[in-house]
Design a binder for this molecule. Structure first.
Ligand SMILES: O=P(O)(O)OC[C@H]1O[C@](O)(CO)[C@@H](O)[C@@H]1O
Length: 431
């Protein structure tokens, strides 16, 4: 990925970061890079995430999915990092395999999917690092029951990706299921380029080597200066803008195929940096669509936002037919791609004209190689930002309270968190 941080400079935007400030910050980037390099070299927890492309074996993944490689449909049962990386990749690329990501426990939504999928020709990709995530286990049990009710042997349709121990590992061993390990020392949100994200890509027939080559090429750009490394430039600029008041980061890809990438980024950024009362709030947005909804706030609301545009320089195009509507005649000589690009450039310029900071992340096109670079680049940007914030980038303790409360509410043990639920302060306004 390439980045253009020109519209984040203080000469353009407020908040903005001066070139001199970036040069001073670059000293911290150099120190952070040394820590990152050492962490990678020692396979330290978290930093190991940036070694994943070197550690992932595409042949091992393809061998595991071979029994279901011809599936017409794929259900991935996982949540957070155990779903969003896979969804980012498969939702961005064309495939004949229909993909469904059960990463919520909304009963109507789950039932609708199970009723319409060809379960006899559906692969089941169960992913959980811990193997204990309630939503994933609950959805797996529901999917297994539905598949059995359809007269299908679920053990012939299921692949498991999980840790060395836990209920899912036990299940895989007990039923001799094809299974893959999750990478040691890699938090789920950083594991898109491991089996966690690539099993789904393999079932869909995507080029795993290209994904990993794109990531590896991005890894080669990691250096001791933000001025030589797009990922560090993005991470450092986002951090610097947050320090100057841009506490929100709207991730706004100008490609439908990258909509899920914004959702993946939101977990990566929020769960890694949201600690010690610090962190920048990611907002999922989409161009051109959100020009007709959120742009008003981005351009004229509080000066508390960075907008991150992600664009692809090349892509399939389609002409706009001529029209006899005079006011729209100018469209008749254009293509949809021309319109998309013009709207992106106009929106980028409209924010700059209003002094609203924005950064452009550029891909050549949306393919496996570029996706691998984007995923790796944003992971590296996040690791660097975590170093600059001085937070523990790779843990997520704040999510545990609600898990305990949930278990308590469902009779899974005595948890004071569950008791707190009953003590809710109420002020009900009823119809
Ligand atoms: O892969 P697991 O262990 O099921 O966890 C799923 C997700 O839940 C979290 O642990 C947060 O609860 C995320 O960090 C993780 O990606």
């Amino acid at each position: 990925m390439n980045v253009d941080i020109g519209n984040a400079l203080a000469s353009v935007a407020s908040p903005g970061v001066s070139r001199a400030s970036l040069e001073r910050l670059d000293e911290q980037v150099a120190d952070a890079h040394e820590r990152i390099e050492a962490g990678m070299a020692n396979a330290e927890h978290g930093y190991e995430a940036l070694n994943v492309p070197d550690r992932t074996d595409p042949d091992e993944i393809r061998a595991a999915v071979e029994p279901v490689a011809d599936a017409d449909a794929l259900i991935t049962v996982g949540i957070g990092g155990s779903s969003l990386g896979a969804a980012t990749i498969t939702n961005a690329l064309d495939s004949d395999t229909e993909t469904v990501f059960l990463d919520n426990v909304d009963p109507e939504w789950v039932s609708r999917h199970l009723e319409r999928l060809p379960l006899a020709d559906t692969a089941i990709n169960v992913v959980s690092r811990s193997g204990t995530t309630a939503e994933t286990l609950a959805n797996f049990l529901v999917v297994r029951e539905a598949v059995e009710s359809a007269g299908v042997d679920w053990t012939e349709r299921t692949i498991v990706t999980t840790g060395e121990a836990g209920p899912l590992r036990d299940l895989a061993n007990r039923h001799d299921l094809p299974s893959l390990p999750v990478p040691d020392g890699v938090p789920g949100r950083f594991s898109a380029l491991s089996a966690v994200g690539l099993v789904a890509a393999a079932v869909c027939g995507h080029d795993l080597e290209a994904l990993l080559e794109g990531a590896a090429a991005e890894a080669e750009t990691l250096s001791g200066s933000l001025f030589d490394c797009p990922a560090y430039a993005y991470g450092a600029t986002s951090y610097a803008l947050d320090q100057r008041g841009a506490g929100v980061n709207a991730m706004m890809p100008y490609a439908e195929s990258l909509e899920t990438a914004a959702e993946w980024f939101a977990q990566l950024w929020a769960e890694s940096l949201g600690k010690d009362d610090l962190g920048q709030t990611p907002v999922r947005a989409l161009g051109v669509t959100d020009q007709h909804s959120q742009l008003q706030l981005y351009r004229a609301g509080p000066r508390d936002k960075l907008v991150t545009f992600v664009t692809a320089r090349e892509g399939e195009d389609r002409p706009i037919p001529g029209t006899d509507v005079d006011d729209l005649a100018y469209l008749g000589d254009a293509t949809l791609g021309d319109l998309l690009e013009a709207e992106f450039e106009a929106t980028e310029a409209s924010l700059a004209a209003a002094g609203r900071p924005n950064v452009r992340v550029e891909l050549e096109r949306v393919d496996e190689y570029e996706l691998g670079g984007l995923l790796y680049g944003m992971e590296a940007a996040c690791v660097l930002a975590g170093e600059l914030y001085g937070v523990n980038t790779f843990e997520q303790p704040a999510v545990e309270w609600a898990k305990k409360a949930t278990r308590g509410l469902l009779g899974g043990g005595e948890f004071e968190e569950a008791a707190a639920v009953a003590e809710k302060t109420e002020l009900r306004i009823e119809r």
